[in-house]
Design a protein around this ligand. Structure first.
Ligand SMILES: [Zn+2]
Length: 246
């Protein structure tokens, strides 16, 4: 392929823009915020599940307390009635009196058990309520810091995108001034070669693959006409003979 030496030199400007665009794209994907956000969201989901668990526990404990409270009502009423019957002297036969006393004792024990259950549920309710509030605080704090990290990520991506846009405009302007077939060749090599389509020949070294040309390859590079598009024998990139042309 033939192209004016000046157009070949512009390949280096085009390459500089493409390299900058590739670096900006890489910077976007390599932001440390990405990992922090993923971890934060996982922690948030875990805390959310814990909160659901503790709220279920809270409602169970409230039901338990209500049940114990409801169960106590008839037992207390019966105890009051029994005590009144005894104290009013309504039961006079010794057997009936003993049975009444047994029942009073039994009811007293039953009340104490129910009150114990209620008290225990109340204590558990207190600690579950404290845990619920601790979890809610932790979630709020995490959400706050996540929002800040997401904002920082978005800002950096927007910044990079703006810079990419500028570079792309410059790049397109440069490419527009160059022979189309040269740009097509350069782009094809660039995509295939990890982002570098054209490289300067610096002394004996190809700036693309960093290898020194053999004596015969170098002779070929330097003796080729100025408008001849030369390719590196090692990496096949377009070799821009800047030193020769300047
Ligand atoms: Zn090379």
């Amino acid at each position: 392929m033939k192209a004016a030496a000046s157009a070949q030199l512009r390949l280096l400007d085009l390459q500089a823009e493409d390299t900058a665009i590739a670096q900006l794209n890489h910077r976007k994907t390599a932001l440390p915020e990405h990992a922090v956000i993923v971890e934060g969201k996982a922690a948030h989901a875990k805390l959310g599940a814990s909160l659901v668990g503790i709220r279920t526990q809270l409602s169970d404990l409230k039901l338990e307390m209500e049940k114990a409270e409801a169960d106590l009502v008839p037992v207390r009423e019966r105890l009051t009635r029994d005590i009144k019957r005894r104290d009013d002297g309504l039961v006079t036969d010794p057997r009936g009196f003993a049975a009444l006393n047994d029942e009073i004792e039994h009811l007293g024990k039953r009340i104490s058990d129910l009150e114990d259950t209620e008290l225990e549920a109340m204590e558990q309710l207190d600690s579950a309520t404290a845990e619920e509030s601790r979890l809610a605080d932790e979630i709020a704090e995490l959400e706050h810091s996540l929002r800040a990290v997401i904002a920082a990520r978005d800002e950096q991506i927007a910044q990079a995108n703006a810079e990419i846009g500028e570079r792309q405009t410059k790049r397109d302007a440069i490419a527009g001034q160059m022979p189309a077939d040269l740009v097509v060749l350069y782009d094809r090599i660039r995509v295939k070669s990890g982002g570098l389509g054209a490289a300067e020949l610096k002394g004996r070294r190809c700036a693309g693959c960093q290898l020194e040309a053999t004596a015969s390859a170098l002779a070929g590079y330097t003796s080729a006409a100025a408008d001849e598009v030369v390719r590196c024998e090692e990496c096949e990139r377009i070799l821009v003979r800047a030193a020769v042309e300047r």
